[in-house]
Ligand binder design. Sequence first.
Ligand SMILES: Nc1nc2c(ncn2[C@@H]2O[C@H](COP(=O)(O)OP(=O)(O)OP(=O)(O)O)[C@@H](O)[C@H]2O)c(=O)[nH]1
Ligand SMILES: [Mg+2]
Length: 216
Amino acid sequence: MSSSSDFVEGISCLSPIKVVLLGSAGSGKTSIITRYIDNTFNLKQISTIGATFQKKKFVIDQQQVSLRIWDTSGQERFRSIVPLYYRLTRVAVLVFDITKQNSLDELSFWADQLQNQLGQLPLLVVVGNKSDLKNLHKDCEKIIENGKQFAESIGATFSLSSALSGEGINDFFYNVAKTILDEKLAESEDDFNSEDNGNIENMIIIKTKEKSACCK
Ligand SMILES: Nc1nc2c(ncn2[C@@H]2O[C@H](COP(=O)(O)OP(=O)(O)OP(=O)(O)O)[C@@H](O)[C@H]2O)c(=O)[nH]1
Ligand SMILES: [Mg+2]
C-alpha cells in the first residue's frame, strides 16, 4: 500500500467513504482509530462522549481514497443519539473485546439498529479487538470463535486487532477501503456496460462528479 497525507495531482480520486465504528463501551473503538490515525495508544483512554470523526487519505491502485472515520460512544446513555450518525454509512465496523463475551453479545443490538435505520445494510465488519490479551485470558479462543460465527450470521467479514500492539489495524482499514474501491469500480463498469450509459461520455461524467466531490 502506498500512503500519503495529501492527495496527489493527476491521480483520480473517489468520494469520501464513511466508516462508522460501533460497539460496547471499552471495546476499543477510539483506541483503534487513534492507533490508525496517530499511531499512538493510551492505556487510560477516556470514554467517548457522543460521536466524533477523523479523516484519513491514502492511495490504493492509483486511486486516492478518503476515509471519514466516525467514532461513537458505546455507553448506554448515548444509544439514542448514535443512529443520528448512520446516514450514508458505507462501512459499519462492529467492535468487541475478545476477553468479554457480553461485548460480543451486545453487537446484535447495533446490527439490528443499523438494519432498522438504514433499511439496507452497509458493508459490515466484525472486529475482535485486544488480540494482545489472547494468551492471558482462558476464554478468548471460544469468544473469538463465537465472534466469527456471529459475523457469518450477519453477512459480515471478521478481523482481529490490537490497538495496543497495532496488529491488524492498518491492514484492516486498507482492506475496507480496497473492498469499497473494488465495488465502485465494478459499479462504474456496470454503468458503462448498461444500455442507458453505454457510451464514453457518460463514463467521464461519473468520474468527474466523483473527483469534484472528494478533492475539495
Ligand atoms: N490491552 C489492550 N487494551 C486496549 C486495546 N484497545 C483498547 N484498550 C483499552 O481499553 C480501554 C477502552 O478503550 P477505548 O478505546 O476507550 O474503548 P471505546 O470502545 O472507545 O469505549 P467508549 O468510548 O466508552 O465506547 C482503554 O483503557 C484502552 O487503553 C487493545 O487492543 N489492547
Ligand atoms: Mg471511545
